[in-house]
Design a protein around this ligand. Structure first.
Ligand code: GTP
Length: 372
C-alpha cells in the first residue's frame, strides 16, 4: 500500500482498545457443499441450495437477506451437483449480489469449506449454513460482535427441542463456554442452539489446515475456546428454520405463506385473494383455489379440482378433473391424474400421480417418480 494512505480496513470506529482492527464484514461465505441426505430422495437430482421454496431456489432467500444487510460479495462453497447450482443461480446479478463459486473436489467439511472459499473474500466474514431460512438482523449481530470485542460470534436461536442440533452454552455476558452436539435429553442445560450463522475475524481462519476435511462445530470452534479467543453467542428473536429435512422443508413453505418470515422476496406472478398466479395459468370455471397458495406459470387445473390452502404448485403442472390438493408442495412439470388426493406431501419434478391415487401426509415422491 502506498505510504501515507490509510489502510482501508483500518477505521477508528472498528478498532478496539487493544488497537485491533475489527473491520465491518463485507463478504459472506455460504456453505453449500453438503449432500443433503436428510432431504433424499429430493436431493438426489437437485442439491439442497436450489430446492424450490415457493417456487424460488432456496438460496435466493439467503442472498436476499445478505443483500438487505449490505453484503454483496458472496462466495458459495460447493462440492455436490455444482453445475446445477451454478446454472440456477448464475453470477447473482439478478439478486443484486456478486456470486462466486469455489468447488471442493472432495468435501472439506464446514471449516475446510470456509477456509477454501475465504481466499476470494475481503475483510471479516459472515458465514451461513446453506440450509437455514432466517430473517435474523445481521447488522445487529455485527454491532454486538464489535461492541464485545469478539473475534468470533455465533447466532444462537432458542428451539423447543434441541436434541437434533448443536447446543451452545454461554456465561451471563454471552461468552461461549462449550459445545454439545446432538445431546441426549439428560444432557440438555440450555435451549439455545447453533443456528449456523457466524461472524469470523478472517485471521482466525489461519488455524484451519488447508486442503483437509475439518469441521467448524467439532474442531475449529472448540479450538477457539481452548485458545481463549473472544468468542460470543448472539441471541435474538428472529425467524429461523433449518430446512434440511422433509418436515422442516414443508413447514418452511407454510411459514412463508403465513407471512411469518420477514423477506423481501415474493412468489413470481400476480396476487389475488391470497393466491399467487404465475403467467399462463389455466383454470376451469369449476376449479377452486383457496389461499394462501401459489400457482407457478402454465399451471392447468381441470374442472372440479380443489387446491389449497397452503399448496404450492410449480411451473407447468397439470391437475386432472376432480383432484384435491391440500398442504401439498409440487415441483415443476408434475402430472396429476383425475380424482387424486394429495395432502401435506412433497412431489418432485416430473412425477406422475395417476388417477385415483392418494398421497398422504409426510409422503415424498421422487423426481420423475410414478404413483400408480
Ligand atoms: P444432511 O446430509 O442431510 O445432514 O445435510 P448436509 O450434507 O447439508 O449436512 P449438514 O446439514 O450438517 O450441513 C450444514 C451445512 O454445511 C449445509 O449448508 C451443507 O451444505 C454444508 N456442508 C456440509 N458439509 C460440507 C462440506 O464438506 N463442504 C462444504 N462446502 N459445505 C458443507
Amino acid at each position: 500500500m502506498p505510504k501515507g494512505l490509510p489502510d482501508p480496513r483500518w477505521h477508528p470506529r472498528h478498532a478496539d482498545q487493544r488497537g485491533r482492527a475489527l473491520d465491518t464484514a463485507r463478504s459472506a461465505v455460504i456453505l453449500a457443499g453438503g449432500q443433503g441426505t436428510r432431504l433424499r430422495p429430493l436431493t438426489l437430482g437437485r442439491p439442497k441450495p436450489i430446492v424450490p421454496l415457493l417456487n424460488l431456489p432456496f438460496l435466493h432467500y439467503q442472498l436476499a437477506l445478505l443483500r438487505r444487510h449490505g453484503i454483496q460479495d458472496v462466495v458459495l462453497a460447493c462440492s455436490y451437483l455444482v453445475e446445477a447450482v451454478q446454472k440456477t443461480l448464475g453470477d447473482g446479478r439478478d439478486l443484486g449480489v456478486k456470486l462466486r463459486y469455489v468447488v471442493e473436489a472432495e468435501p472439506l467439511g464446514t471449516a475446510g469449506g470456509v477456509r477454501n472459499a475465504a481466499d476470494l473474500t475481503d475483510g471479516n466474514l459472515v458465514v451461513l449454513n446453506g440450509d437455514v431460512l432466517t430473517d435474523v438482523d445481521l447488522g445487529a449481530m455485527l454491532s454486538s460482535h464489535e461492541a464485545r470485542g469478539a473475534r468470533a460470534s455465533i447466532y444462537l436461536t432458542p428451539v423447543e427441542d434441541p436434541t437434533p442440533y448443536g447446543l451452545v452454552e454461554t456465561d451471563a455476558s454471552g461468552r461461549i463456554l462449550g459445545f454439545l452436539e446432538k445431546p441426549a435429553r439428560e444432557q440438555i442445560t440450555t435451549n439455545t442452539i447453533n443456528a449456523g450463522i457466524y461472524l469470523l475475524d478472517r485471521n482466525l481462519l489461519e488455524l484451519i489446515p488447508r486442503g483437509q476435511a475439518v469441521s467448524l462445530e467439532r474442531e475449529f470452534f472448540p479450538g477457539l475456546l481452548a485458545r481463549q479467543v473472544p468468542f460470543f453467542g448472539f441471541v435474538a428473536r428472529a425467524y429461523w428454520r433449518d430446512i434440511g429435512n422433509l418436515e422442516q422443508y414443508r413447514q418452511a413453505h407454510v411459514d412463508l405463506l403465513r407471512g411469518t418470515v420477514n423477506t423481501p422476496l415474493t412468489p413470481t406472478g400476480t396476487r389475488r385473494d391470497d393466491v399467487w398466479f404465475g403467467e399462463g395459468v389455466t383454470l376451469a370455471a369449476s376449479a377452486r383455489v383457496a389461499g394462501p397458495s401459489v400457482l407457478g406459470s402454465s399451471v392447468t387445473l381441470e374442472a372440479e379440482t380443489s387446491v389449497g390452502p397452503f399448496t404450492v404448485i410449480g411451473n407447468g403442472v397439470s391437475v386432472g378433473r376432480g383432484s384435491r390438493l391440500e398442504g401439498a408442495i409440487l415441483w415443476d412439470e408434475v402430472r396429476v391424474g383425475q380424482d387424486a388426493v394429495l395432502r401435506e406431501c412433497v412431489v418432485g419434478s416430473g412425477a406422475q400421480i395417476r388417477a385415483g391415487a392418494h398421497v398422504g401426509p409426510g409422503a415424498v415422491v421422487a423426481e420423475n417418480g410414478v404413483v400408480p
